[in-house]
Design a protein around this ligand. Sequence first.
Ligand code: ADP
Ligand code: MG
Length: 532
Amino acid sequence: MTRRTAIGIDLGTTYSCVAAWFDEHNRVEIIPNLQGNRITPSCVAWDEAQLLVGEAAKNQSTRNPKNTVFDFKCLMGAKFNDGVVRKDIETRHFKVIEGTTGKPMIVCEHESEEKKFSPEEISSLILKNLKEAAEAFLGTTVTDAVITLPAYFSDKQRQATLDAGVLAGLNVMRLINEPTSAAIAYGLDKSADINSPNEKNVLIFDLGGGTFDVSLLKISKAGTITVKAVGGDTHLGGENFDQLMVNHCVDIFKKREKKDMSKNARAMMRLKIACEKAKRDLSSTTQTPIEIDCLYDGMDFTTKFSRAKFEELNAGFFNMCIKHVENCLRDGNMHKRDVHEVVVVGGSTRIPKVQQMLTEFFDGKPLCKSIHANEAVAYGAAVLAANLSGNGNKRVRDLVLSDVTPLSLGVKLSLDHIMGVVIPRNTPVPTVKECVYETLYGTQVSVVCDEYQGEKKYVKDNIFLDTFTLYGIPAAPKGVEKLKVCFSMDDNGILRVSVEIMSTGNKGSITIAMSGDTSKDEIKKMVKKIKQ
Ligand code: ADP
Ligand code: MG
């Protein structure tokens, strides 16, 4: 019997990649896109006539910056009014407005009409493109997929990713953290090594275009991967390095020509593309020219960018990366000398200074680069997809995976504004945890259960997830009635919360992500809109 092929998708901030297990080759293959490339820019654009996705979209971005959407992953599951999100939006060339439910909506002009798209809708267009590439390559319909996401994604961001999958017509079998996925690829590679110790501690350092994930894993000889700790920053990556280069060039231009180009979207986009290219060059040379004809107000721009200047500008970001590694090791209760392998993943790990600082931090340990930096995440997802659909060889079938909650989850029950943690950070999932709380005052008849995610002491500094109210607490003096709060998190990292009045058994519950920004009706509406 031939089983359905399931694909693994790395839905990256800057680049995406799709892979699948091939029985006939007995291994994972990276699936090329319709242009023949193994990675696809996570970019969508509308020109006068049509919708463009991937390379076609990226190639026309300087001509059409306002209708070219990229670097939108951090908007997934986010609130428009969130301070960090607002700051992100300021640096984008496309227009973002507040939608009816408070979510950011991307505005593009298509056929002379303004159209609004949610980040999930934009993501779904990328996913659909990858699905079609896989179908063309495999010669069959593909629906089952494993999709990867950053370890720091909140419940809402995970749900938004699931929604994007549905919109793309995919059956999302599992969401998996990107570094875990890279580790699956890595675990498979190494478990055949007869000289390896019984258990290996592996640190995955994934520095991509927009996100930085660092995770600490235990890989057993049998192939079991346990995530001990995860850390990082969803706003740290190659884009930040590009931006500092762009700012530097804008300053040079200002000094030289007494003109400020920073409000000109087209000039800024052209400069950004030139800086990104220069940055990549600087990973192999120590100096590179930036030359752009007619950049602003009819004036050319030329400069020589040195690796030293690049490193000086970004020293703060590079130091932050190492700090996150330290924090992750501390969370995982591990000394750096007990790390057997340090694996680098993500395009930005090609930067020599990053590699040098990481090697130095690990006292000269050589970094493990055997997994292709741009493909490891999709590779691992394809292995998991094969495992979940019953495909693959014995090693794939034997894969056992345990993941952890990236952030603490908890409640604010009524008056107390302190975060009451129910599931601590780095708890293996799936998990179920219970806490018992008392009523706060004598006349309390209801409880407002606000759920939050984060590490800060006060809930206002954490991520608000959702809320619900449970009525029917019997009249009793303060502290007599007890409330049992139960948090359960499934394999996809989706959270279900229930509160029970213990004396009556009266219960209220909520599935956080489902009742979040995107209801099922809304998904249907979105599917319809895209089909039109
Ligand atoms: P993501 O997973 O966030 O989509 P990737 O892992 O694909 O990101 O990495 C993309 C980032 O890597 C981009 O910012 C790109 O500029 C950067 N990058 C790619 N190659 C190099 C290189 N040789 N030197 C420095 N940066 C690079
Ligand atoms: Mg990535």
